[in-house]
Design a protein around this ligand. Sequence first.
Ligand code: NAD
Length: 336
Amino acid sequence: MTRVGVNGYGTIGKRVADAVAAQPDMELVGVTKASPNYGAEAAIRRGYDLYAAIDDRVDEFETAGLTPSGTLDDLLRAVDVIVDCAPSGIGARNRAIYASHDTPAIYQGGEDADVADASFNARASGDVGDADSLRVVSCNSTGLSRLLAPLDEAYGVEKARVTLVRRGGDPSETDRGPINDVVPDPATVPSHHGPDVNTVLPNVAVDTAALKAPVTAMHTHSVNVTLETEPSTATVRRLLGDETRLFLIPEVANIDGAGALKDYAADVGRPRGDLWENCVWEESISVQGRDLYLFQNVHQEADVVPENIDAIRALTTDIPREESVALTNETLGIGL
Ligand code: NAD
């Protein structure tokens, strides 16, 4: 049983915590919050042991009636691995604390690649060897890596060009934007997403350009991949359809966007309406000569969650990658 702690019970952390709790080979020891807000109250309500992420805030939790089980140091003493889900940039600051406890750590994609010994995606990255820390690549990079890895294996990717229309903020982030525009972000091309994909797929040429839109539900990717061979459209649809973490949205479902996708996820009983898989419009997959085109949506709050579970196993056990992925898929119910 791997004892796991989650440092930062926010958008990603609360989902990783639930996923850890669902694994037969993992124990969720506890989660941390920086302040005693609704998330902290909900963690306790869900039965999770709550710790204060910042030592001198214990009083704040007590005043709010949410007495914590201890501080981050106490949590680190009780776990085999810590999953850092703190806001972007804070993970790098937490690194020294984890090192002082000799605790292996998983970081998220908001951190620079050099925060960890290796970057990770269960489908795309190779053996992590004896790494003591891993960084799960960002939501967009996770979505692109899952797509480009099988395409490169089957047909060879000469060059991928992707336009990412990113959500302005997560549903709970009222301070994000834009609220009435679609803006290049960054305005420089290519964006940093391609190089991030290359931290797990170093040999795949991929250029990305990114915009931000006034939506909160999902990112949308417009993908064009020049392949080294000329597969038929039907063959590519079959290849992608066989990938467990790619959901090919059937035309008959009449799902035209993120709203219907999230509605469907909620209808089929997904927790929080989460979509762990890339959602690829099947009829958009088309091959013209060596050029493949498709549209996919990525649920930014959810797609990295199974990757974190596989990263925990990669870091702390000898369980083969395929076995880990199969177990994660089965326990979470991945595969629409
Ligand atoms: P968030 O703001 O929703 O949650 C962060 C949590 O960390 C909060 O609960 C906060 O209480 C806590 N926290 C604050 N200061 C802390 C500290 N010093 N130590 C520990 N915890 C602290 O953030 P998020 O969206 O979950 O993002 C977490 C990481 O995941 C970032 O690296 C981000 O880039 C990455 N990520 C986010 C998304 C997304 O769409 N939200 C997708 C993929 C990856």
